[in-house]
Each structure stands twice: as structure tokens, then as C-alpha cells.
Design a protein around this ligand. Structure first.
Ligand SMILES: NC(=O)c1ccc[n+]([C@@H]2O[C@H](COP(=O)([O-])OP(=O)(O)OC[C@H]3O[C@@H](n4cnc5c(N)ncnc54)[C@H](OP(=O)(O)O)[C@@H]3O)[C@@H](O)[C@H]2O)c1
Length: 355
């Protein structure tokens, strides 16, 4: 029996995780947390908001599924990694913001870091057992979001309800907007760098509208392996929670006879500048990814509130990065201070750019 602590139980990932746990007799939900919604009775131990590491201390789980959205998930990520408790990670923002601290904690703790993001779950499976020197490069696929194919000039007036209409994935609001700006793929690029210890110039992003191929690895002998499946987050959630068992699920297998469209193209970095901003922040290193993430969280919240125009999300992120030094940090307290500073700068920029 694996004892699961589910953080972010009321969200899109959290609700799908509850389905998987319910279906699998070897998984037991021992603790659940949300940010604001009541979850009394959902698990033996529950917590709404507050310090999630308090809940984890009491629950003593075998696996932490971190499905919180945003930087708020970082203390729980570090808690699990430091103790060598298996971490099923959906909360990509924690690895983006605190990548250096997280990798150091992971090495000290010696536990498993099992990605839940579909692309990273796919890459994890493709890379498992591969000698690093045989790997040439990793390709992450992006659906392109609801505005795929539009030029910069056609994005000025898009609304939050248009941005929230994702063509292939049904997800929480923040990640859906990130998918529309392609910042989501930028965050995933940084996430992949930390998870798989690959330099940025060996991680490529391609647009793949049907979201059937989740990731592809090119090997040094000219062979490429791809991971395919319908876009359904229950697959990577189940994989991470039941690893290494790869338990059966009720999800339909790929029907090749029904026809599959496997089309790929380069992303339009002019229309979707967030992807290039994320790559540059990742390459700059130190706390640049933390500042990028904080500014993006502020800008996306303002866009969802109907205050900030869509194209100004990238502007807020770029201007915040330009205004902060992004020094290296040695602990969570220092990183939290940089995150807070970035939020202050981003909020000021946002106020200047509101409608
Ligand atoms: N959805 C997907 O398909 C998908 C795919 C890949 C990766 N991810 C990643 O998974 C994470 C969750 O995404 P989502 O789409 O599930 O988001 P979501 O639907 O917005 O859910 C967010 C969850 O986090 C909780 N939460 C927010 N702030 C919290 C805090 N301070 N303390 C405790 N809980 C807090 C929310 O609780 P309340 O409901 O009480 O506010 C909710 O349960 C994100 O990092 C996202 O990038 C999601």
C-alpha cells in the first residue's frame, strides 16, 4: 500500500488524481490539501492553505503528489526531495523557481522525482535506462494553444475567455493561459533542464497541434523514440503514483486505425515571445527563472482579472527581468525574498500597462 499526500486536491490535476487513487487498491489517500476550498472528510488529514509542510510532517506519506499551482508549491517540493520521499511533481513552478535548491535537495535526499507533466513523464520514460552519452537531444511538444497560427497583430485584443478555450487539454486557468502565451512550454523547458540534466541547447520545442506525441528523444545513432497517447493527464498521474508498476487504467488505448495526424512545426517566437524569454532566463540561470515565474504569475492573474492585455504578459515579464539582478541564492528564505521582489516590480509594471 502506498500512502499518498495530495496537495492541490481541488484542482484539475488533484481531481483526476483522486479518480486514479480511487481506482487503484494499492493507493491510499492519507492527506489532502487545498488553497481555499473546504475539503473536510476528503482524507484522514486535511489542510486548507497555510504551511503545507506541517501537513506532510503529520501525514508521513510514501508519495507526495504536488498539484498546487504556482510558487506556493515550492516548500512542499523541497520537503519531499530533502527527505527522500517520492515526489510526483505537477507543480512545475516550484522546479522552475527553485531548480538549483531542488536539485541539491534531491541529491541529498536520494528519493525519486517522478514528473507528472505529460511531456516530462514521456521524456522520463524515454530516457529511463539510457546512458547520458547516447542521448543527443530532447524534443518537447506544444499544442500551440488556442491562438496557434495567429500573428502578433491578431493577438492584441484577445480576451481571457478566448485564452481559456484550450483545443486539446482541459486544465486549471493559470496553466491554460500559460499555454496560450507558450510560457507553459518555456516553464517546461526549464523544468526539463533540471529534471534530466540536459543543457538548453539540447532541448527543442516544436508545435504539434493534436498533442498525441508528448515527447521525443533523439539518440546519437540517428534513432528517435517518441511517446504517444491521447491527451489525458490521468495517464502520467497514474504512471507517477504507481511507479514502477505502470498500473492498468480505464483509459482507452491509441486507435491507429482511426487515423492520427502527426504534424510538427517550429514555434512562432515573434507572436509568442514568452517562450524565448523563458529560454533566455533558463540560460541566464541563478534566480532569473524565479523572477520570470513570479512576473508571469502576477501578469497572468491580471490578465485573468481582465485588467492586463494579453500581449502585455510578455512585456511585464521582460521588464521585470530587466529590472532585477537575479543573484544566486543558498536557501528558500533568500529565494522567497527574490520572488517577492519580482512580484513587487511586476505589479508596478502591470499597473502601468492596465487597460
Ligand atoms: N491541469 C493540467 O492538466 C496540468 C498539466 C500539467 C501540469 N500541471 C501543473 O499542475 C499544477 C496544478 O495545475 P491545475 O491545472 O490542477 O491547477 P488548478 O486547477 O488551478 O488547481 C490548483 C490547486 O492548487 C491549490 N492551491 C492553490 N494555492 C494553494 C496554496 N497556497 N496552498 C495549497 N493549495 C493551493 C488549489 O486549491 P483551491 O481550489 O482551494 O484554490 C487547487 O487545488 C500547476 O503547476 C500546473 O502547471 C497541470
Amino acid at each position: 500500500m502506498k500512502r499518498i499526500a495530495l496537495l492541490g486536491a481541488t484542482g484539475s490535476i488533484g481531481r483526476q488524481a483522486l479518480e486514479i487513487i480511487e481506482e487503484h487498491p494499492g493507493l491510499e489517500l492519507v492527506a489532502a490539501a487545498s488553497g481555499t476550498q473546504e475539503i473536510d472528510g476528503l482524507a484522514p488529514l486535511t489542510q486548507v492553505g497555510g504551511d503545507l509542510t506541517d501537513l506532510l510532517e503529520r501525514a508521513e506519506p510514501d508519495v507526495v503528489l504536488n498539484a498546487v499551482v504556482g510558487f506556493a508549491g515550492l516548500p512542499a517540493t523541497l520537503w519531499a526531495l530533502e527527505r527522500g520521499v517520492d515526489l510526483a511533481l505537477a507543480n512545475k513552478e516550484s522546479l522552475v523557481s527553485g531548480g538549483d535548491l531542488a536539485v541539491a535537495a534531491w541529491k541529498r535526499g536520494g528519493g525519486r522525482l517522478l514528473p507528472v507533466d505529460s511531456e516530462h513523464s514521456a521524456a522520463f520514460q524515454l530516457l529511463e535506462g539510457a546512458e547520458p552519452e547516447t542521448v543527443d537531444s530532447l524534443v518537447l511538444t506544444a499544442s500551440g494553444g488556442p491562438f496557434r497560427g495567429r500573428g502578433l497583430g491578431e493577438l492584441a485584443d484577445v480576451t481571457s475567455s478566448e485564452a481559456l478555450a484550450h483545443p486539446t487539454w482541459s486544465m486549471g486557468p493559470k496553466i491554460t493561459v500559460d499555454s496560450a502565451t507558450l510560457m507553459n512550454k518555456g516553464l517546461e523547458l526549464i523544468e526539463a533542464h533540471y529534471l534530466f540534466e540536459l543543457p538548453y541547447d539540447r532541448i527543442e520545442v516544436v508545435v504539434h497541434p493534436t498533442s498525441v506525441v508528448h515527447a521525443l528523444v533523439r539518440f546519437r545513432d540517428g534513432a528517435s523514440l517518441a511517446h504517444l497517447g491521447y491527451p489525458d493527464m490521468r495517464v502520467p498521474i497514474s504512471y507517477a503514483l504507481t511507479y514502477p508498476e505502470r498500473a492498468a487504467t480505464s483509459i482507452e488505448p491509441l486507435d491507429l486505425a482511426a487515423g492520427l495526424i502527426l504534424e510538427f512545426r517550429a514555434p512562432d517566437l515573434d507572436a509568442f515571445p514568452c517562450l524565448a524569454l523563458a529560454r533566455a532566463a533558463g540560460e541566464a540561470g541563478d534566480t532569473a527563472p524565479c523572477v520570470l515565474n513570479a512576473a508571469n504569475e502576477v501578469a497572468v492573474a491580471a490578465f485573468l482579472d481582465g485588467e492586463l492585455p494579453f500581449l502585455s504578459i510578455a512585456g511585464v515579464v521582460e521588464q521585470t527581468l530587466a529590472q532585477i539582478d537575479c543573484p544566486p541564492v543558498t536557501d528558500l528564505a533568500e529565494l522567497t525574498a527574490i520572488d517577492a521582489q519580482a512580484r513587487r516590480v511586476a505589479s508596478a509594471r502591470t499597473r502601468e500597462l492596465v487597460h
